[in-house]
Design a protein around this ligand. Sequence first.
Ligand SMILES: [Zn+2]
Length: 170
Amino acid sequence: MFYTTSVCPKCLRNTDLKLLGICSGLGPSATICKCGIALISKRKEWPEMNLSEKGGFIGLSVLGGLAVGTTWGLFTGTLIPGSQNNWQFPHNFTPFGSAFVPGLIFGMFIVCAIQAFRVILSVRRVRDLQGQPPNSTWRDLMGTQFLILLLILLPLPLLYLASGGKAFGK
Ligand SMILES: [Zn+2]
């Protein structure tokens, strides 16, 4: 299945959404649904995670960074030589040249920044809420995964727009 949801047992609202069953495991272990009941999740806040759970979060973040970095690398790897040569590509052209690197770095940086921000928010929740579960928010439903997926897919239409379709043979 492409995505799975968790549903509030009382009001049947969707409360969590995971793409391909992937979960970084970071987040409140309980949240308060809009209907008022507490929802238990398998997530843990950063200070509650053990070393292997933190390692899993970092490993998944690196994989996400590589996925985003690869599509942004393909973007700059095509955009930079393409725009310099009026979108004429030699037969042996590959987007994995030196112009691939800035996109790769940008993609990896942005995912690392998002994940580091999530860790900061998690540490703050533990400090400020003193064990009280936070209210369920749109983030519980949308998660970070849709943001990462959007970042993976975004370079394709961007490249199309930037080249006026020429990078796609138009
Ligand atoms: Zn509910």
